[in-house]
Design a binder for this molecule. Structure first.
Ligand code: NDP
Ligand code: GDR
Length: 361
């Protein structure tokens, strides 16, 4: 067995699946924490998973939860990882306004529990720790592009919880000499992005509208700007961060920003149904295709009490120190996501995720 043993919290999520794929390909033994749910929720990694009774298995899943500190201690003691990637989170910004306490418990205290488990087990010198920090920390814009030294100004319960997680990671690094690092990642998407994030919501709707299965797409703020990259590129950056001799904090971004509106336009263009916008700014009522049928409309329910208007990252440090840069363009990302949702509609939800993860590599 390999001496490189990774533990991924949040392995059933988008990034967890891409990261597990990458680490297995690089010879790691990979352990992942999954939550108990009323129905199976491992579909993103099922193709990687083999029965543990078979020979040569290198992926192991364990039940656990970031809100259960004792279980985390027990698991770390059993698994003895050399690298921990803390990806588990209630990761939806809008949902965090509805569930602020749970979000803080999972995203902020969950990170503390994991770091404490490392300390209690006296593993601080033996393990490298990656914290999934976020561009949401920058929130209200102080400067653009945003870099590692840009002041934080979180704008949601999610971002405030992630602020705690960021600083507790820095604190454990400084207090206990741990190899603990933050990746401050800007938005990254893929065909296996959660269905309620705006990019996937758009690409699924475009495919469904094309197939005549959905009439209209309802969205919130079309003017928000995001620095969107591909998850496959970003998990490579996570891995590189933990391969450095010294722990540190890095921004991973593309250095380009686009509005939600532009994402919508590109996605509809991809299926040959260009959108024509009606109205402007806050009075926007929707857009229509040339026949006049409204395909996109605004629903105020999708607006947030406090919004992050503009995210644009400066990945210079990651480029210089890690040799990392994004590979997938915005146009390629949108095309890949629309194509994948078209395929899913044709084949049903049950086709394996492997082709989605591996597409366009
Ligand atoms: P997802 O929402 O796709 O995945 C989140 C993962 O966390 C899932 O595996 C989920 O399990 C798990 N999880 C949620 N709550 C708990 C809990 N209480 N205990 C244990 N596991 C839990 O997120 P992404 O893959 O997109 O993101 C990964 C991480 O990176 C997150 O921390 C996110 O906040 C952060 N991030 C993401 C960015 C992005 O653009 N994608 C950008 C910057 C940071 P289940 O499948 O059971 O729900
Ligand atoms: P974000 O992603 O909040 O940036 O957090 P999301 O895709 O949810 O929103 C991006 C922007 O689109 C606007 N928007 C809508 N968003 C959603 N979800 N649904 C809509 O209908 C809609 N209409 C407009 C939003 O207001 C926002 O401005 C993601 C998550 O992955 C976090 O975990 C991560 O930390 C950050 O990216 C970086």
């Amino acid at each position: 067995m390999s001496d490189k043993v990774a533990l991924i919290t949040g392995i059933t999520g988008q990034d967890g699946a891409y990261l597990a794929d990458l680490l297995l390909a690089r010879g790691y033994v990979v352990h992942g924490i999954k939550r108990r749910s009323s129905s199976i929720n491992t579909d993103r990694i099922d193709y990687l998973y083999r029965d543990r009774h078979e020979m040569g298995v290198r992926l192991f899943l364990h039940y656990g939860d970031m809100t259960d500190g004792a279980a985390l201690i027990r698991l770390l003691n059993d698994v003895k990882p050399t690298e921990i990637y803390n990806l588990a989170a209630q990761s939806h910004v809008q949902v965090s306004f509805e569930t602020p306490e749970y979000t803080a418990n999972t995203d902020a205290l969950g990170t503390l529990r994991l770091l404490e488990a490392i300390r209690v087990l006296k593993m601080t010198d033996d393990v490298r720790f990656y914290q999934a920090s976020t561009s949401e920390l920058f929130g209200k814009v102080h400067e653009t592009p945003q870099r590692e030294i840009t002041p934080f100004y979180p704008r949601s319960p999610y971002a405030v919880a992630k602020l705690y997680a960021y600083w507790i990671t820095v604190n454990y690094r400084e207090a206990y000499g741990m190899h603990a690092s933050n990746g401050i990642l800007f938005n990254h998407e893929s065909p296996i992005r959660g269905e309620t994030f705006v990019t996937r919501k758009i690409t699924r709707a475009v495919a469904a509208i094309e197939a005549g299965k959905q009439r209209r797409l309802y969205l919130g703020n079309l003017d928000a700007k995001r620095d969107w990259g591909h998850a496959r590129d970003y998990v490579e950056g996570m891995w590189l961060i933990l391969q450095q001799d010294k722990p540190d904090d890095y921004v991973l971004a593309t250095g380009q920003t686009h509005t939600v509106r532009e994402f919508v336009e590109l996605a509809f263009n991809h299926i040959g149904r260009p959108v024509v916008w009606r109205g402007s700014g806050a009075d926007e009522t929707g857009c229509c295709r040339s026949s006049g049928e409204v395909l996109v409309a605004i629903d105020a329910a999708y607006r947030r009490p406090t919004e992050v208007d503009l995210l644009l990252g400066d990945p210079a440090k990651a480029r210089e120190k890690l040799g990392w840069q994004h590979r997938t363009s915005f146009q390629q990302l949108v095309a890949e996501m629309v194509e994948a949702d078209r395929t899913t509609l044709r084949m049903g939800d049950n086709h394996a995720h492997e082709p989605l993860l591996r597409a366009a590599q």
